[in-house]
Design a protein around this ligand. Structure first.
Ligand SMILES: Nc1ncnc2c1ncn2[C@@H]1O[C@H](COP(=O)(O)OP(=O)(O)OP(=O)(O)O)[C@@H](O)[C@H]1O
Ligand SMILES: [Mg+2]
Length: 321
């Protein structure tokens, strides 16, 4: 990809358990271009939020990037100072989290929180007018009422609209949207997702859309990355990956979708023992596992360069059904 906005390469993030290094991200690579909406799917514990946090420079205490690179517009973020990362956050890379209540300060009215961001980033001399305009942009019909409200007075959908307004206020180049609709009632999920994508397309903002729900990614993203056990195991155009999955894990994930014709199955989250296994961490539950799966397969190109699968069988360019 020529001059990507963000380029993550071979990123390894570890914590420690019982005194031993514990892999959380295991050689993750991903490029995002300007204005691109890219999906990241995978089961709970796969490492999706950890990758989002690494991009934002917000890794939890004890989670250390030990190798790899995160390049933002030609600048290395892993070596960047805390003040540089603080400056980037919000202004160039914004995040929308799953639970809006945790991202809002419950002791401050919405308007005050919006104006704090506007003043911090010196976005406008008239902070109130700027805030009201951005509340209208996220289709809030009574911006003044919302401006004066406390977070607890708003519905989950309204709070997420406020956070979307906050994210777009600085005109960031990238938004990391970590399960932005998962905590919402079913009937407002689509509205909030549509709003986020419409604003991103209007403003040319790239989005890393993180979701364990492949249906959300299918509807929104041209490219998808499927993550399992801290690794990207499959990636490519959303159409190709979802219509002709190569990796057995992607196929298992797709079987969990409610609208599929086959009987719906449930995926068990990866256990600690499976994570410790050498080789492909899916092999313990993979119908196609072979001897060579004790070695971790790298992502292998299948046909087009952007279409890759980390399964030994991908090297035979066969679709595993
Ligand atoms: N603060 C932390 N300290 C140490 N390990 C953590 C921390 N937060 C998460 N982990 C571990 O990192 C791994 C990846 O977790 P992560 O939160 O990225 O998963 P996820 O794919 O976002 O899952 P979910 O769909 O449930 O949000 C898991 O093994 C998890 O136990
Ligand atoms: Mg998560």
């Amino acid at each position: 990809m020529a001059n990507p906005l963000l380029s993550v390469s071979d990123l390894v993030v570890q914590s420690h358990r019982n005194g031993s290094p514990w892999p959380l991200l295991n050689g993750v690579s991903m490029d995002i271009s300007q204005g691109e909406i890219v999906g990241l799917a995978g089961e709970s514990g796969a490492g999706k939020s950890m990758l989002g946090a690494a991009i934002n420079g917000l890794l939890p205490n004890g989670c250390i990037p030990v190798s790899g690179q995160i390049i933002w517009k030609s600048e290395s973020l892993l070596g960047a100072s805390a003040s540089r990362l603080h400056g980037l956050r919000g202004a160039e890379i914004a995040t929308i989290f799953q639970e809006p209540m945790t991202a809002l300060n419950p002791t401050l009215r919405i308007g005050r929180q919006l104006m704090d961001v506007i003043r911090t980033h010196r976005l406008s001399d008239d902070a109130k007018a700027y805030a009201l305009r951005h509340l209208s942009d996220v289709r809030i019909t009574e911006p003044q009422t919302t401006f004066e409200a406390w977070p607890h007075q708003l519905s989950g959908g309204m709070r997420q609209r406020v956070l979307i307004a906050m994210a777009f206020m600085c005109r960031p180049s990238l938004i990391v949207a970590d399960e932005p609709t998962t905590a919402l009632d079913f009937n407002v999920r689509n509205q909030v997702l549509d709003l986020l994508l419409t604003l991103a397309r209007e403003q040319g903002t790239a989005v890393l859309l993180i979701s364990h729900d492949i249906g959300v990614i299918q509807k929104s993203c041209q490219r998808i990355h499927v993550m399992y056990g801290g690794r990207i195991v499959e990636q490519g155009s959303t159409d190709q990956v979802l219509n002709a999955p190569h990796h057995p894990y992607t196929k298992a994930l797709l079987k969990c979708l409610p609208h599929r014709a086959e009987p719906r199955s449930r995926l068990q989250a990866l256990s600690s023992d499976e994570r410790r296994l050498p080789g492909c961490s899916f092999r313990a539950r993979c119908d196609c596992a072979e001897e060579r799966c004790v070695e971790v397969p790298a992502l292998m190109v299948i046909g087009e360069r952007a279409r890759q699968s980390a399964c030994w069988r991908a090297s035979q360019a066969e679709v595993i059904i």
